[in-house]
Design a protein around this ligand. Structure first.
Ligand code: TMP
Length: 293
């Protein structure tokens, strides 16, 4: 069945063949009926990750990105369900991707569809996770014996190979080019975009009393006719960022889950509230037109 794309208020889409859907390697198949069927309608599942599911979109070249409540840490060793996390992350990522697009950063985001889902452009994910760090926390502390919270001499960009089986190992540009994960101009694009995103998000979060300690980005190749562009993909949410309250240094991100600090959903809710995008405020979006008085 073809769906009238004008319903989704998309900007003109590239003519991308559905065949590229096959490039998502894992878990390709049909959704099985399960108790979550109310939130996960039956349609073709392209890929299921730890916190998200990608479904076939309404038009070739699009996908529906569905945010789950699942939380994992330490490469899937720890698993939990944080009720409401998916809804909050959908909203937070929508907001940040839209602000970044306004600032000139190309992204895969098209528009939010409902409480848990957003329409995105189908991209070929580059298997490199880009981490930007402003303050020492997490793995860099262990690696170099740094004290958590120490300000880094400058923002540091790191690359990790995206492989659950290998536990996302730290890699260099040499590995990326030698193994053909990305070409040198693609690495240049990822690096310059990541630094721009860092500058922009540092200011954005500072404005709402949050310190952006570090974060992880993923990029994809977007094919438009004969052209290919590297665009920001995946998500930007407290699952993949460290955010500390400016005054108290309280952790407002997935470290609350990793370290059993409790109050995970409350912290994400507070991030959304400070950004002015609580899901309550957005309920009207899914109910229908709002009367303007
Ligand atoms: P790290 O200190 O554990 O290396 O994490 C750095 C940042 O990257 C942190 O904000 C969390 C994020 N991250 C992910 O989003 N996914 C991952 O698999 C890992 C290891 C880190």
């Amino acid at each position: 069945m073809r769906i009238d794309i004008t319903r989704f208020r998309l900007s003109p889409l590239p003519a991308v063949g559905i065949s590229r859907l096959a490039r998502y390697p894992k878990n390709v198949g049909r959704c099985t009926a399960d108790p979550k069927a109310t939130t996960m309608p039956r349609r073709r599942k392209i890929y299921e990750g730890k916190a998200k599911v990608l479904f076939e979109g309404p038009e070739p070249g699009t996908l529906v990105q569905h945010f789950k409540d699942d939380a994992t840490a330490f490469n899937n060793e720890k698993h939990g369900i944080i009720t409401g996390k998916g809804v909050l992350n959908n909203r937070i990522s929508e907001y940040l991707m839209m602000r970044l697009a306004e600032a000139g950063v190309p992204t895969h985001f098209v528009r939010r569809l409902n409480m848990r889902e957003q329409l995105v452009r189908e991209v070929e994910i580059i298997p490199v996770e880009v981490v930007v760090r402003n303050i020492a926390a997490g793995s860099i502390c262990k690696r170099f014996g740094l004290e958590e919270g120490s300000v880094l001499p400058r923002s540091i960009v790191e690359y990790y190979y995206k492989s659950d089986d290998l536990g996302d190992p730290l890699i260099s540009e040499e590995h990326i080019t030698a193994f053909g994960w990305a070409a040198p101009p693609e690495i240049d694009d990822m690096l310059s975009l990541s630094l721009r995103i860092n500058d922009f998000l540092l200011g954005l979060f500072l404005g709402v009393g949050l310190r952006l300690v570090d974060f992880k980005l993923e990029y994809g190749r977007l094919y438009e006719d004969d052209q290919m562009r590297v665009v920001l993909a995946d998500e930007i949410t407290p699952d993949g960022c460290r955010l500390w309250d400016i005054e108290t240094n309280e952790k407002m991100d997935k470290d609350r889950f990793r370290r059993d600090l409790g109050g995970v959903a409350e912290a994400y809710q507070e991030v959304a509230r400070r950004l002015g995008i609580t899901p309550e405020a957005s309920q009207q979006d899914v109910k229908g037109p709002v009367l303007i008085q």
